[in-house]
Design a protein around this ligand. Structure first.
Ligand SMILES: [Zn+2]
Length: 294
């Protein structure tokens, strides 16, 4: 079996252009009518390091296979971390919690998926031997199917950001400060698209979680290759997106997202005691601000 990202991600790439429709089906018609009305928008797969890019003049968005692979590996980690967290919450024996989490992460090789995801920002390379391969045909309710679900959700936000650049006809050759401004506008486009009409129930919970996975991917990028001149710092992008969340105090998505950010970026710090998921999330936000100085 070939283990290059091109071969492995090609089957998933086939579904990529459907993800902006699937993540917010209530806006599918608007997406088709307002944004793709001429049907000239296209998504192309490219080789090279992990990256997504918009070419507004050509009405084109590109995704690299390494970019898809990197996001898939982070989605694998995100699914399993939230799965471990919810098992822990259900577990009666709280004294065993710490050991179980470490053991589960090691057993699943979560650290190796993260290391591979990070490395792809520097250059494309083969899928490491011990890591599980993506299976686009996995049943929807299987573990692998649920990993794909997180991946396609996070991918939708990333692609909607690029579609925002295309739709708003952003200029590419302008001063850096204006480009940075455009990045916030594109993020805003993506986040509003995903959340604005999602209601307040389970759909919104899922969508907030997948936006957080996409944001975690931005932090991972900054951690791997540092801050670029034409993109805002990851923390500021996170902060702006989070301002749209508008979640209730006991939101499971906030609880899971807080757990995810903490486990990936701040595993050593002992958190204070909190009463609600919203409080935990606010503390994690404060920690990310410290960990990613601008
Ligand atoms: Zn952008």
């Amino acid at each position: 079996m070939d283990r290059d990202t091109h071969t492995l991600m090609e089957p998933l790439f086939k579904y990529a252009n459907r993800t902006p429709f699937n993540i917010a089906p209530e806006r599918g018609q608007a997406l088709a009518d307002e944004i793709f009305k001429t049907a000239r928008w296209k998504l192309t797969a490219m080789d090279g390091k992990a990256n997504f890019h918009a070419y507004p003049q050509e009405a084109r968005v590109s995704a690299t296979h390494a970019g898809l692979a990197s996001l898939w590996c982070l989605s694998f980690v995100a699914f399993h971390l939230t799965d471990i967290a919810s098992r822990r919450q259900r577990s009666a024996d709280r004294s065993k919690q710490h050991i179980d989490i470490g053991e589960s992460c090691a057993l699943l090789r979560l650290g190796e998926y993260l290391a591979y995801a990070r490395s792809l920002f520097r250059g494309d390379r083969e899928w490491p031997e011990p890591l599980q391969l993506p299976d686009v045909n996995a049943p929807f309710d299987s573990e692998a199917g649920r990993v794909n679900n997180v991946f396609f959700g996070a991918l939708a936000w990333v692609l909607l950001h690029e579609i925002g650049h295309v739709h708003l006809k952003h200029e590419q050759f302008i001063p850096a400060d204006q480009r940075v401004r455009q990045e916030f506008v594109a993020d805003d486009f993506a986040t509003r698209w995903v959340l604005d009409r999602s209601g307040q129930g389970l759909q919104r919970e899922f969508r907030v979680l997948i936006v957080c996975v996409a944001l975690a991917w931005l932090f991972l990028n900054e951690e791997a290759i540092g801050k670029g001149a034409d993109h805002p710092p990851a923390f500021l992008r996170f902060q702006e997106a989070v301002a749209h969340f508008d979640m209730r105090e006991r939101s499971p998505a906030l609880e899971n997202a807080a757990y995810l950010f903490k486990a990936i970026f701040d595993p050593e710090t002992e958190p204070p005691a909190f009463d609600t998921p919203l409080q935990v999330f606010e503390w994690v936000k404060y920690r990310l601000d410290k960990l990613f100085p601008r």
